[in-house]
Ligand binder design. Structure first.
Ligand SMILES: [Zn+2]
Length: 311
């Protein structure tokens, strides 16, 4: 078609030629729609309701949502672990009916008057049915009492503002006072930017509380799940006596793109994955979600100095 669009002596497209070209293209497109795209099929299309299937982030496979639910939110094709809310995580980890929540009422204010912050907190509350991104309390794991805290990435990406920092600190102090082993599951984008410097202060506060906990020679197991980054990765999540990464987790401080731009170097393959962090000594274990409760139980028993029972 291009050769039909000859130039005139002034080197401008002739308008009539351009119009002809466009109308021919339109006709061909109509033909295509009629004959190819809307070809009649023998079967009626099936109406699939929304929310019945979902796509795996890693392998792209279509997964029936109910089967995902039953499989601990793990892809049946490639073993990718989907993100998990605090309530479900608690259900999979502790003895049913044993959890007693503490500090439920602590919630964020808007100390810097950031626009839209209250609205975002409202969305988080609606999504998680929690007042803040951190669920904390005491529970038992196969009968062993622990202090347990879980960050929920559905609440403003599990970010740590003053309220989350306060809840984490109080949980650590509660464990110190009661001489309980402490388990914290992290899933966080880092410090909460809407609270600026007040968020960053939580890194020092939680770390200081862990220092006093450590002086009592008590056990702290930190479980880093997908994703654990920023100010959370750089404070209490990395300070466990034992740091466990859940499989399929992204763990790091700044994002890979930011680091690449800063140091102007190519980053190694698999950078910030759970396996990478294990190979480089940042975590002690990579654990499959289905083995998490069992692993925690064994570690707890080991540190009580008792024999592990094979239930
Ligand atoms: Zn998959």
């Amino acid at each position: 078609m291009i050769q039909d669009l000859s130039l005139d002596s002034t080197h401008l497209w002739r308008l009539s030629d351009v119009n002809d070209f466009i109308s021919q293209r339109k006709e061909k497109l109509e033909d295509f729609k009629k004959n190819i795209r809307k070809r009649q099929t023998a079967t009626e299309p099936i109406d699939i309701p929304d929310g019945l299937f979902m796509k795996c982030d890693q392998c792209g496979g279509a997964i029936y949502e109910k089967s995902l639910e039953a499989n601990h939110s793990i892809c049946p094709y490639c073993d990718f672990h989907f993100r998990m809310g605090a309530e479900k995580r608690l259900y999979l980890t502790v003895d049913h009916g044993s959890f007693v929540e503490i500090d439920k009422e602590i919630r964020s204010r808007n100390p810097l008057n950031m626009p839209d912050y209250e609205n975002k907190i409202g969305i988080g509350i609606k999504l998680t049915k929690m007042n803040e991104a951190f669920l904390s309390g005491t529970a038992t794991i196969v009968g062993i009492e622990v202090a347990i805290g879980i960050l929920d990435s559905n609440f403003m990406m599990g970010s740590m503002g003053s309220a989350v920092g306060e809840k984490v600190t109080r949980l650590i102090e509660h464990a110190t006072k009661k001489k309980l082993p402490l388990i914290i599951f992290s899933a966080s984008g880092g410090a909460r930017m809407q609270e600026g410097i007040l968020s960053l202060m939580q890194m020092a506060k939680t770390s200081a509380a862990l220092h006093y906990f450590d002086q009592k020679r008590l056990l702290y197991i930190s479980v880093l799940t997908n994703p654990t980054t920023g100010g959370v990765a750089a404070s209490f999540a990395s300070l466990g006596d034992i740091n466990i990464a859940e499989k399929s987790s992204l763990i790091g401080f700044a994002g890979a793109r930011v680091i690449k731009q800063t140091i102007r170097q190519e980053l190694p393959i698999g950078f910030q994955t759970d396996q990478f962090q294990l190979d480089h000594g940042q975590v002690d274990l990579v654990v499959h979600r289905k083995d998490m409760r069992k692993t925690l139980y064994r570690l707890l028993v080991l540190h009580q100095g008792k024999k592990v029972s094979h239930e």
